[in-house]
Write a protein that binds this ligand. Sequence first.
Ligand SMILES: [Cu+2]
Length: 492
Amino acid sequence: MKRREFVKLSGAAAASIAIIPPVLQSCADNMNMNMNMGSNAVPVKEGAFTTPLTFPSVMTSNFSMQAKGNTVSLLNAQSTSVLGYTDGILGPTIKVDNGSDVSIAFQNQLSEETNVHWHGLLVPANMDGHPKDVINSGSSFNFNLPLSQRAGTYWYHPHPHGKTARQVFMGLAGFFIVNDSEEQSLNLPSGDQELLLVIQDKRIKNGQLNYSPSMDEVMTGYTGEYVLVNGRNAPFHNVSTRYYRLRILNGSTARVYNIAFSDNQSFEVIGTDGGLLAQPVTVNSLLIGPGERADILVSFKSFSVGKEVYLISRTFNGGAQGRQEFKIMKFVVNQQASDSFTVPNQLSSIQPIAPASASKTRIMKIKGMMEGMNMGSMGSGMHTINDKVYDLDRIDETVQAGATEIWEFDNSDGDEIHPMHIHGVQFQVLQRTGGRGSLIATEQGWKDTVLVMPREKVTVIMTFPQEKGVFVFHCHNLEHEDDGMMLNYEVV
Ligand SMILES: [Cu+2]
């Protein structure tokens, strides 16, 4: 970070920079240096891509699920302690139809409190996994989820305040897929041609998952040197010469991926957090931040048997991240097949919410790092929204049931990456100013999480639920979230 940027970043301090005593200025310079040192993402170590990709079991109706400690083989057949929902690492993939009432008997077999947030689902506040609604060690809770929303790639993970990042990092996360007749009628690649991929980076020390963020890493987010897909490091998957539907979740605590293919082939983006886009968008790479999902179609039709193609992350302009290109997983074409699938021109219809219908615009100033110095609280509470650190019991924003509002996430003074997530709604992204200055393919549909890069302001529009209750909105960089970058809003 350059001095000029530091001055810009300092917010309130900027006005008084000239009168900072030399000793404090030097302290600030050291802080700067430390942050630069700590701020780069840990370089990824690519594996051998010799481990077969696996997929979690699928649950299609009411069932029970436990959060518990398990042992798995992660790297070189070592026995690694992880957390999982029921078996192994991660949790079962829940696949249900829109309109169904899903009930899940949940048991907490961890040694600490946890809960479950159904990320992207429009469920009542008391079922949403609010941080105040924790389930103590040894206790149970029955989640009843009445589904009324579009088909989409949703997911679930813990949400106990201050413990979310560690519990997700240790393995607690799973897909929640909602189907509907509209999506069914498109006959998209399914069965063996539909692959659910959760990408997560892990730091592993002596064969064990190592979650121990330093102060610098709380600031920038905790990154790992091993990239896992569905809980496997550097896996491969055999494919035939057909179209494949990849439904990708970035389940990392902080790392952003710029998804692409090693042969630079283009692919079709067909869906995002809240389901299908109206029309497919052809891209060569796609940025996906923590908590976000991308639904893409990729064709292996022109390849001959024996061809190997990698899903990779390309470099991108993202402050502390994006400086390295690395491979994520390998596709091996091992079978010739005929495939008559063609990408539909029209996928769905998305009615834009008119900005004029918004009854209110709220500004959410998101801040990290240097601003924390002004608060005199190093090490915690450095990440704020509108200068506030999360308080379980404080209602920060009150919205009318059924109201349409515009919210602006303002990171224009910041140099950290903040994927902002709002519970209880799906929103549309209106615009991005500063930074990248425009919207990407996945932002042309319904979203629940939006990436706000350094220097950017992103505005979203949404209609709040009719049902009353308290929800949270927060940064989905889970280190930032645990550090307090989260507020409550109440629907009244
Ligand atoms: Cu953040």
